[in-house]
Structures are given as structure tokens and as C-alpha cells.
Design a protein around this ligand. Structure first.
Ligand code: URA
Ligand code: CA
Length: 442
């Protein structure tokens, strides 16, 4: 077999065999296939797509490129969730404790911020002392004793994804359904959980903006999971505006704590409960979604979810007192309201731009090696559909960098589109995809 023939075949739009895909991925990871051929391959996949068999074969070839986590020592069903990436998407910090409080073990492998989106590891590390680089032994112990643990991906897990992702990032081949699906699912399969809920974001703050693409991505990922023997489903949720009000690491931790204290309702709480209920369903802890919603709701109202978050923080070395006193989280020097000069309704929000504003305050990375500032970010004061008057605050910037305030304030103001007429709102949950059914709610 020759790499060039596989590239030509995909360039012509033909389907690749399992042997061809394995040959290409193995060769790329062991260095016998160079970056320039892998780049051409990625571009051919990006332009011509892959059918569901090829996508599954690609994913499994990627899984087999490295080590797999063996969670079999932990008795019972282990559940995991994964978001395709959003802005103000703090759901893991709420959902994982809620599900664990309902008796389902959560063994979660999370990522760092990517592009304009936030990452769970960065958020958790804003809690003083919190460690996400547990050894496998510590991870398994934490899941067994606390009921949940969140760690970063070890370097030996799916090396094919790290190598491919680095090329995709610089060759214009990130937003391809088979490439995103195989990238995410290879990591989920290698991470070893039995039950998986995928949160596929759709809208101006997501990697895929159109609803059709989001459903296609969800369907591709569910098919891969089913072929790998997982209990899996996907929820398609709105990312046409930030999910929570806070964007930035410590700010999002604080908001998650408020939700778990039952002091804040709204979209973040609603989507978190919906995801938690589906995780309980996938883990067979309930028989219907309605029962799952009731159980998860009770875990929130009783404070059991909050207590579980405390268990996780303690078992991963963090300062548990932040739950009682969020002033112990890092705070920014400059806290600056950004006001509107218009009257009307917030008709839409450029959510990607909001994510970039948060990144510019110091909350994210522009380059892989950048340090993030845990205190930085912004807090939204208005959502789509809200009425605004000249002088109203749209959002509040939190930053330690005084030199970015003017520029970011302007970008932020322009990310809010204000019109005279009240816009039509779309539902938070746009649909679900299971093994045998695609349901669209819009
Ligand atoms: N997240 C991933 O892990 N991979 C992608 O390709 C996109 C989002
Ligand atoms: Ca995320």
C-alpha cells in the first residue's frame, strides 16, 4: 500500500477501506508518512467527507494509536459527558456532581480551552490547589471514594489525535464533520467510560454554526459510540449566546457554585439538569427522562450536588472552602462595566466574539504556550430578547490588563446587536440523537 494512492482515492471522493485507513494512521503516527501527506489526506477528507463506516474505522484506528484507560477495576457503570465546545459552558462543573450525587460514578477526562471556547481543566485549576494531573491510580481512587474525578488527557492517549489536530489547526481542516467526530470520539472511547452523553453546541459560539451540521455531527458521533459498544446519546443545545452569564475560569466556577446552591436559575441550570437526566438514563439509574429530571432536580435542591462538588475538590487537592466563600477564588484588579449607547432589544449576540473578548481579558490563550489568568473574563448582564436603554450595562469586564480595556470594551459592545423589535427566541435544547432516533425540537 502507498500513502499517495490513498490520498488520490479520497481526493476522487471514493470510500477508503478499513485497511487503507489503518495503514495511513499507523504510518502517520510512526513517522513513515510525513506531515505533508497527512495534510493532503486531511484536506481530501475535509472536501469530500467520509461515510459512516469510514468515520468509525478512522476513529478506531486513532484509538488504537495509543493507550486506553482501563476502568474495569471500578465496579458499576461509569458515565462521562462531552461538550463540542462553547462559551460560558460551565455544565461539567454542575452536571458531574449532580450525577455523582445520584449514585452514578463519573470518570471524566476534560480538555483545555480551544480557540474561542473555554475548557473544564482551566476552570477547575482556578480553584486554589486543585490538581487535574492525577496519576491513573489517583484518578481511579478519586472516582471510587469521591464518586467523581476530572483529569486531563494523558500524553499516551490517542497520540494520533494530537498529531492530526496540530496539522488541522494550521491547514484549514478543523471544521469537518468526520474529523471532529473522530477526534472527539477517539478520546471518549479511549477514556473508558460505559455511558456517554454528548452536548453538541449549535450557533454563533460553536465550531459548527448550522443546525443541520450539528445534527449530522451528533449522528456521526452516536454511530461511532454504538459501534464501540457504548451506551450513548447526543443533545443538541443552543450556542447562539453564552450559556451561563460568566465567561472566564474563576468566574465560571463561582457561577457553577451559585447554581448548585440553587441561587441561580436560567439556561445554565436548565441545560445542566437536562444533561444530568440523560446521563442518569444512559447509566440506567432511571427508566425515563422525566424521572431523571426529577432525581437530578432533587439532588440540586437538597444540596447533595454541591456537597459532591466539595468531595471532588477535596479529593483533588483543592480548597474546599471556596464553596462557602467564593471570595477565596482569584479576583481581577479592574472590574469595568461596558454600556450600550442604543435603545431597543438585544436581537442577537456574536458569541464567538464574546469568547474572543474573554480570551483578550487574559482568560484564554492566543497561543498554545500562553499562561491564562484565572481571575479574568467577563460577566454578561443582558441576554438575547432583553430590553435595553442607552446607558445600560451589557457586560462587566474582569481583567488585570489595563491596556486592553478600551479595545475589548468596544469589541464587546459591538458583539451585542440591538434592534427596535423584540426577537423570536429559540429553545435551549434543539433536539436529541439516539441510537435509533433523531428528534428535532425546532
Ligand atoms: N474538540 C475536539 O476534541 N476535536 C475537534 O476536532 C473539535 C473539538
Ligand atoms: Ca468544553
Amino acid at each position: 500500500m502507498r500513502a499517495v494512492d490513498i490520498i488520490i482515492k479520497k481526493r476522487r471522493g471514493e470510500a477508503l477501506s478499513k485497511e487503507e485507513i489503518n495503514f495511513f494512521i499507523d504510518g502517520f503516527v510512526n513517522g513513515s508518512i510525513p506531515d505533508y501527506q497527512a495534510s493532503a489526506f486531511l484536506m481530501a477528507v475535509c472536501c469530500n467527507g467520509m461515510d459512516s463506516w469510514e468515520t468509525v474505522d478512522l476513529t478506531l484506528a486513532m484509538v488504537n494509536s495509543g493507550e486506553k484507560v482501563d476502568l474495569s477495576r471500578i465496579k458499576g457503570i461509569k458515565a462521562d459527558k462531552h461538550s463540542t465546545g462553547g462559551v460560558g459552558d460551565t455544565t461539567t462543573l454542575i452536571v458531574a456532581p449532580l450525577v455523582a450525587a445520584c449514585g452514578v460514578l463519573v470518570a471524566k477526562m476534560s480538555g483545555r480551552g480551544l480557540g474561542h471556547t473555554g475548557g473544564t481543566l482551566d476552570k477547575l485549576e482556578s480553584i486554589p490547589g486543585f490538581r487535574t494531573n492525577l496519576t491513573m491510580e489517583e484518578f481511579i481512587n478519586s472516582v471510587q471514594t469521591a464518586g467523581l474525578a476530572v483529569i486531563g488527557q494523558s500524553k499516551d492517549l490517542v497520540p494520533a489525535d494530537k498529531l492530526l489536530y496540530a496539522l488541522r489547526d494550521v491547514t484549514g481542516t478543523v471544521d469537518s464533520i468526520p474529523l471532529i467526530a473522530s477526534s472527539i470520539m477517539s478520546k471518549k472511547i479511549a477514556a473508558g467510560s460505559d455511558a456517554i452523553v454528548l452536548d453538541v453546541k449549535s450557533g454563533s459560539g460553536a465550531f459548527l454554526q448550522s443546525l443541520d451540521d450539528s445534527f449530522a455531527l451528533a449522528d456521526a458521533m452516536v454511530k461511532i459510540g454504538v459501534r464501540a459498544g457504548k451506551r450513548i446519546m447526543a443533545v443538541i443545545t443552543d450556542m447562539d449566546q453564552p450559556l451561563g452569564m460568566a465567561i472566564g475560569n474563576a468566574l465560571e466556577v463561582k457561577e457553577a457554585i451559585e447554581v448548585l446552591k440553587n441561587k441561580q436559575s436560567g439556561p445554565l441550570k436548565e441545560v445542566s439538569l437536562y444533561l444530568a437526566a440523560n446521563m442518569l438514563l444512559m447509566a440506567k439509574a432511571c427508566t425515563t427522562l422525566e424521572k431523571g429530571l426529577a432525581i437530578a432536580g432533587k439532588a440540586l435542591e437538597s444540596g447533595k450536588g454541591l456537597a459532591k462538588l466539595g468531595d471532588m475538590i477535596r479529593s483533588q487537592g483543592g480548597l474546599e472552602e471556596v464553596l462557602d466563600n467564593t471570595d477565596l477564588l482569584p479576583k481581577a484588579k479592574h472590574i469595568i462595566p461596558v454600556k450600550t449607547d442604543k435603545d431597543g432589544y438585544v436581537s442577537s449576540i456574536d458569541t464567538r466574539e464574546i469568547g474572543i473578548c474573554s480570551l483578550l481579558t487574559g482568560a484564554g490563550r492566543s497561543r498554545k504556550e500562553d499562561e491564562i489568568d484565572p481571575a479574568a473574563g467577563l460577566v454578561m448582564q443582558k441576554r438575547v430578547g432583553d430590553k435595553v436603554q442607552k446607558g445600560d450595562t451589557l457586560a462587566v469586564l474582569h481583567t488585570n490588563k489595563s491596556d486592553i480595556i478600551d479595545e475589548v470594551s468596544n469589541l464587546l459592545r459591538n458583539a451585542f446587536h440591538i434592534k427596535p423589535e423584540k426577537p423570536k427566541l429559540r429553545p435551549l435544547v434543539l433536539g436529541t440523537v439516539t441510537k435509533d432516533r433523531i428528534q428535532k425540537f425546532v
